[in-house]
Design a binder for this molecule. Structure first.
Ligand SMILES: Nc1nc2c(c(=O)[nH]1)N[C@H]1C(S)=C(S)[C@@H](COP(=O)(O)OP(=O)(O)OC[C@H]3O[C@@H](n4cnc5c(=O)[nH]c(N)nc54)[C@H](O)[C@@H]3O)O[C@H]1N2
Ligand SMILES: Nc1nc2c(c(=O)[nH]1)N[C@H]1C(S)=C(S)[C@@H](COP(=O)(O)OP(=O)(O)OC[C@H]3O[C@@H](n4cnc5c(=O)[nH]c(N)nc54)[C@H](O)[C@@H]3O)O[C@H]1N2
Ligand SMILES: [Mo]
Length: 773
């Protein structure tokens, strides 16, 4: 299966062709992509990498003692299983748990990005499997990406996808915007990626076009690198987690200079007067002006005043990155970004207004396809219990306890079994030692993985999944005008199987095969889903070739809808006839609904709230744990591009020259980042592009603890989630707050331990049946 023909294929970071040259896989970006991503090269050496999982495996403790809570998870040996025995054991265990406790004891949220390819999308597969064979599962809602904003924005502007994200296009910004102020920047490293696929990387070009026309870009961020060089913009360093205070001060300047657009605020918004009272400090005597914000944000008051003057009277676009809301009280800067745009009178104007998270992913600010490629139907989940996704460890550690969420008082379910396919909680979750303790409470953890991630290493049963290049699929996203036939380029690694094939066999053993497969094999599903899209297009008088022709030609261009901003424009034209889908029909600067929930950590209008994590004597530095430029999350961390961006096999941690000098650290030193949750080693890089008092270590280095059972583990590779705090953003949304924490930084003394993250666990042999176990 090593054909020398070019195969078309796709990934979350771009479309490409793959071709074998001798025994080397040559990856060539899609010719229509103006700015292809270097992440593509992570795939070149991935297929046969030793970190891949070659066959089904079972954890020794589970094999010998049977299901049940077990503190050895993460440190145990693995024993190889044949596929028939693996199927037998998984099916029996699902049957046992569902029989004894019902599907409400099974957690099937399985959060994670999986791979591009809409049919084999692992999360859809596992959900469909649990629904059709067991009647359902406990699910998770929202995402690690936008945990706080996904709950907040519907209250204050309306549906997050329709209005907050579709309101503004890059094209329009390139043509009309005069000032683009981006809280959290517009890092091109981030817009390389879009879930489902991204055939054209256009952000760099649009930013360049806007800057050439004279648009001014201002990036408010602790890191200079969040602003692309093409923007020729201005970097305004800010202390992490303090943007809400800065925006309040900007609003105060606008009000006191009579620069606020009172006509806009009166006609299109509710609650402005309540916020003005808060800015003046009517209730508590605290004026929120530039002098008040300056020491909080680390920005001189005069600079805040000057910034407000630059925004006044211009066509301004405000963006707030996802990162700002992945933090304590993350709702506040998201809400205030909208208020700033409203106070400047911008929403609904061409090139003006608020574009939440624009630039954070490659599919924001793009046009939408007239017809989206259909998702694999997931069936009906008979269990109506859920958690906000980032509360997974709380759920496992505190079954039966109550928690607040978006006006509801919910109870954590009692989970016995978790099933994970297509996600890596030991990448995405916070406080990994706590997460391990939480997973140790389970009877059973089942994981499908392509490679030996830390999540696979904590599982009781590990089933090897194929990578996309080893199967056929269709790549597409609602904002990508190319649909890509993901043709198979290689035979499966070892005994790996497609998630679909694994679930089909399990469903057969559980008596649900017909419901799960509907009688279709993988190729038939692709043809079936394609045909559905083709029919919907035909209803709009668009004709596209049949499946066989599409498959052979490899790439299909789809018609798009050019008018994403129409809802906001219509609202601006006539807010009474075209109200927003909020309770008041207007932009909500004050939300009666949120106020009614009575949450001290998220009141009825946006406010500044002190976070509990602030630098102190013991932890003098902020740690920014942001998205990595060298890969998508933890995916293909062993790939050649990701590895080339490490030093000595360790992830790189950036710090400011002043801090480095004081601590006696130079580029290339191994440093340790320490707090009450653990220690992380990384390779230091001294850089003036990060503000003093802040260090940055991206996410995604595979968790590699020296002693996996340690209460405060030491990760020798550089996974910042050892250090981050596992708390919700607020009672409103309970989102992930992993972007920022506080640490102590020092040079690592002595011989640094070798990184072992990509060494698979040693396959232990099975002990004779009656050796006592
Ligand atoms: N501290 C901190 N933590 C964060 C963030 C942060 O900013 N700071 N960001 C958060 C965000 S925004 C996100 S979205 C999450 C991302 O967290 P995840 O989405 O969980 O991270 P990925 O590494 O993409 O995990 C996908 C996993 O699926 C596997 N996989 C790929 N294809 C297949 C397949 O076909 N079948 C199977 N069975 N498996 C497959 C991959 O090998 C990989 O291990 O992380 C979050 N965590
Ligand atoms: N290459 C690559 N791209 C990705 C991903 C990836 O893993 N790799 N993940 C994708 C996913 S799933 C998502 S959700 C998006 C996430 O998009 P974001 O969450 O926006 O991405 P981050 O890189 O975590 O953060 C963006 C920048 O915000 C800045 N920042 C952090 N804290 C603060 C703060 O308090 N105030 C201000 N003003 N700035 C702050 C940091 O310097 C950081 O570089 O990225 C997507 N893009
Ligand atoms: Mo995300």
């Amino acid at each position: 299966m090593t054909s020398t023909h070019r195969k078309t294929h796709s990934s979350h970071w771009g479309a490409f062709t793959a071709r074998w040259q001798d025994d080397r896989l040559v990856i060539t970006p899609f010719s229509g992509d103006p700015d292809p991503s270097p992440l593509l090269q992570n795939m070149a050496n991935a297929l046969g990498h030793r970190a891949r999982i070659a066959g089904p495996m079972v954890r020794r403790g589970w094999l010998e003692q049977g299901p049940g809570p077990d503190n050895r998870r993460g440190a145990d040996e693995y024993v190889a299983l044949s596929w028939p025995e693996a199927y037998e054991r998984v099916a029996a265990e699902l049957q046992r748990v569902a029989g004894e406790s019902g599907p409400e004891a099974i957690f099937g949220g399985s959060y994670g990005w999986s791979s591009a390819g809409r049919f084999h999308h692992a999360q859809s597969q596992v959900h469909r499997f649990l629904n059709t064979t067991l009647g359902g599962y406990v699910r998770s809602v929202n995402s690690y990406s936008s945990g706080a904003s996904a709950v907040l924005l519907p209250h204050i502007i309306g549906d997050i996808n329709e209005i907050a994200r579709r309101g503004v296009s890059w094209q329009e910004i390139a043509q009309h915007t005069e000032v683009m102020i981006s809280f959290g920047g517009l890092a091109l490293k981030n817009s390389q990626v879009a879930s489902g696929g991204l055939s054209e990387h256009t952000e760099r070009g649009f930013i360049d076009q806007a800057a050439r026309r004279g648009a001014a870009f201002i990036s408010v961020s602790p890191l200079e690198s969040d602003l692309p060089a093409e923007a020729r913009g201005e970097w305004l360093p800010i202390r992490p987690g303090t943007d809400a205070a800065l925006i309040l001060a900007l609003l105060h300047v606008l009000v006191s200079r009579r620069w606020s657009d009172e006509a806009f605020l009166a006609r299109y918004c509710v609650g402005w007067e309540k916020l003005v009272a808060y800015l003046r400090g009517d209730a508590d005597g605290q004026v929120r002006d530039a002098a008040w914000a300056a020491p909080i944000c680390g920005i001189p008051a005069a600079r805040i005043e000057a910034l407000a003057a630059r925004l006044h009277g211009r066509r301004v676009m405000v963006t707030v990155a996802h990162s700002l809301q992945r933090a304590e009280h993350g709702e506040q800067p998201v809400w205030l970004g909208l208020v700033l745009a409203a106070a400047l009178g911008q929403p609904g104007l061409p090139g003006g207004g608020y574009a939440y998270a624009l630039g954070a992913l490659g599919h924001y600010g793009k046009h939408h396809n007239q017809v989206a490629f259909p998702a694999l139907p997931q069936g009906k989940n008979g269990i109506d219990r859920f958690i906000p996704v980032a509360r997974v460890a709380d759920m496992l550690l505190h079954p039966g306890e109550k928690f607040f969420y978006n006006g509801r008082h919910l109870t954590y379910p009692s989970i016995r079994l978790a099933y994970w396919a297509g996600g890596n909680p030991f990448h995405h979750h916070q406080d990994l030692a706590r997460l391990r303790r939480a997973f140790c409470r389970l009877d059973t953890l089942i994981v499908h993985e392509t490679a030996w991630t830390a999540t696979a290493r904590h599982a009781d049963i590990v089933l090897p999944a194929t990578m996309t290049l080893e199967r056929e699929d269709i790549g597409g996203a609602p904002t990508d005008r190319h649909l890509v036939a993901m043709q198979q380029a290689a035979a499966p690694y070892g005994e790996a199987k497609d998630d679909y094939a694994i679930f089909t066999e399990l469903a057969r053993r559980l008596g649900g095969e017909a419901a799960f497969t509907e009688g279709r094999g993988a190729r038939e599903w692709l043809a079936h889903l394609y045909q559905q899209m083709r029919e919907r297009l035909r209803e709009r008088d668009v004709s596209v070739p049949d499946f066989a022709t599409f498959w052979q030609q490899g790439i299909l261009e789809l018609p798009q809808d050019q008018d994403g901003g129409r809802l906001l424009r219509a609202f601006r034209q006539d807010p009474e006839r075209n109200p927003l889908p909020t309770p008041s029909g207007k932009l909500e600067i004050f939300s009666q609904a949120i106020a009614g929930f009575g949450y001290a950590d998220c009141p009825g209008h946006p406010v500044w709230l002190e976070p509990q994590q602030r630098p102190d004597q013991q932890h003098p530095f902020y740690l920014i744990a942001n998205q990595p430029e060298s890969r998508l999350h933890s995916q293909l961390d062993f790939g050649q591009y990701s590895v080339s961006r490490k030093r000595g096999g360790r992830e790189i941690c950036r710090l400011n020259p002043d801090d480095a000098r004081r601590l006696g650290i130079t580029t290339g030193d191994v440093v340790e980042l320490v707090n009450g949750r653990g220690t992380v080693l990384a390779s230091a890089e001294v850089s003036a592009r990060i503000m003093p008092g802040v260090v940055q270590l991206p996410t995604g280095a595979w968790y590699d603890p020296v002693d996996p059972l340690a209460e405060k583990p030491v990760c020798r590779h550089g996974n910042p989630n050892v250090l981050t705090l596992d708390i919700g953003t607020s009672s409103l949304s309970q989102g992930c707050a992993g972007q920022i924490t506080v640490v102590r930084v020092g040079r690592f003394a002595g011989e640094a331990p070798e990184v072992r993250a990509f060494e698979p666990p040693v396959a232990a042999s099975r002990r004779p049946e009656n050796s006592g176990g």
